[in-house]
Design a binder for this molecule. Structure first.
Ligand code: ADP
Ligand code: MG
Length: 303
C-alpha cells in the first residue's frame, strides 16, 4: 500500500541573470513515485539532481510548482501541524540541526511538547535506546557528543513521535565510513517497527545495505525505479548503467575519474542524459517514454 504518493511533481526556481531579468529552471520535472508502507525507498542521484528539493517538498518546506503530493491518500497541504507527527526528517549535518544550548533530553522533549504528549519520559527514553544510546546521554549537550552520537540523537528526535515516514537526506554523508553502517542499520530497525524511510543519497553504495527499492534521479528527472536487485544488478537505463559502472571505489587510489560533471538542473531538456547517451535517437529530443518492465519503471525510448 502506498503511504506517500508523489504525482507528476515539478519544481521551478527562479534565478537572476541581471538586475531586472530572471530565468526559471526546473530542479524537478514531472516526478512520480510512491513510498510504500514499511519500505525503505532510496532516492539516488549525483549532486544537483534534485534529491533535496524532492525531500523538501515531501516535508512541506517548499511547495510544488506543478503536481501533487499525497500522504495516506490526503494531499499534504490539507494537513495541519499534525503532519510533522506523521512525517519527520533527518538531515546531513547533525551539528547544525541540533540546538547547541539544549541537552539531549530537551532536544527530544521539544516535539513531544509541541504535540501535547503527556508520557514524555517514557517516549524520550524509548527513542534514545532505539537510536542506540543510553540514559547516560540525557543530560549531555551536543558539543559533548561525537558526530555519530549526534546523528543518533537527531534520529531519536525524528522518531520520538513514532512517525509513519522518515525523510533522511544524506544522513551518513558527514560521518566517517566506519560509522555509516551503524547509522544505516538503525534505519533497517526503524523499518521493522513499521516506519517507512525515504533515504536520499548520492552514494549508491549506501543503498546496497538497506534499501528495498531504488529511484534514480538525474537532472530533475526520474529515470528508473525498481527493486534494489533490479536497479543495482540489472540496470536498464543507460544512465543507471553508467552510474553503477562508475561507483567510486572505497579507496581513493582505486577510483576512476568519471566523465560526468555535477548535474546542472536543466530538466526542461527531454532526456537529460541525451548528450552522453550511447543509444540516443532523434526522438529522445522530443519525447521521453515510460516503460514498465517486470514491475520496474524505466524512462527511456529504447524500451
Ligand atoms: P541534490 O540534493 O540532488 O544535490 P538539490 O535538490 O539541492 O539537488 O538541487 C537541485 C538544483 O536546484 C540545483 O541545481 C540547485 O542549485 C537548485 N536549487 C536548489 N534549491 C534552490 C533554491 N532555493 N533556489 C534556486 N535554486 C535552487
Ligand atoms: Mg542534496
Amino acid at each position: 500500500m502506498s503511504l506517500l504518493t508523489v504525482q507528476q511533481v515539478s519544481k521551478a526556481y527562479k534565478f537572476h541573470i541581471g538586475v531586472f531579468k530572471s530565468r526559471k529552471f526546473f530542479a524537478l520535472k514531472s516526478v512520480s513515485l510512491q513510498v510504500r508502507a514499511g519500505e525503505i525507498l532510496a532516492l539516488v542521484g549525483e549532486s544537483g539532481s534534485g534529491k533535496t528539493t524532492l525531500g523538501k517538498l515531501v516535508l512541506r518546506l517548499e511547495k510544488p510548482t506543478e503536481g501533487k503530493i499525497f500522504f495516506d491518500g490526503v494531499e499534504v497541504s490539507n494537513f495541519g501541524k499534525e503532519y510533522t507527527r506523521y512525517v519527520s526528517a533527518v538531515f546531513q549535518d547533525p551539528a547544525s540541526s541540533l540546538n547547541p544550548r539544549m541537552s539531549v533530553r530537551e532536544i527530544l522533549e521539544e516535539p513531544l511538547m509541541v504535540h501535547g504528549y503527556k508520557d514524555r519520559e517514557r517516549r524520550i527514553l524509548n527513542a534514545l535506546v532505539d537510536a542506540g544510546l543510553g540514559e547516560e546521554y540525557l543530560f549531555r549537550k551536543p558539543y559533548q557528543l561525537s558526530g555519530g552520537q549526534k546523528q543518533r540523537v537527531a534520529i531519536a528526535r525524528a522518531t520520538v513521535l513514532e512517525p509513519k515516514l522518515l525523510v533522511a537526506d544524506e544522513p551518513t554523508a558527514s560521518l566517517d565510513a566506519s560509522l555509516r553502517k551503524g547509522i544505516l542499520e538503525l534505519f533497517s530497525k526503524l523499518r521493522l517497527k513499521g516506519i517507512s524511510v525515504l533515504l536520499i543519497t548520492h552514494d549508491i553504495r549506501t543503498v546496497d545495505y538497506i534499501a528495498d527499492r531504488v529511484a534514480v534521479l538525474y537532472r530533475g528527472r526520474l529515470l528508473e525505479l525498481g527493486t534494489k536487485e533490479q536497479v543495482l544488478k540489472t540496470p536498464l537505463h543507460p544512465y543507471t548503467k553508467y552510474l553503477i559502472q562508475n561507483i567510486p571505489a572505497e579507496h581513493p587510489s582505486q577510483r576512476r575519474t568519471t566523465q560526468i560533471v555535477e548535474a546542472q538542473a536543466n530538466a526542461e531538456e527531454v532526456c537529460p542524459f541525451y548528450p552522453l547517451c550511447e543509444h540516443k535517437m532523434d526522438e529522445c529530443k522530443v519525447e521521453l517514454k515510460e516503460a514498465f518492465i517486470d514491475g520496474r519503471l524505466v524512462c527511456c525510448n529504447i524500451y
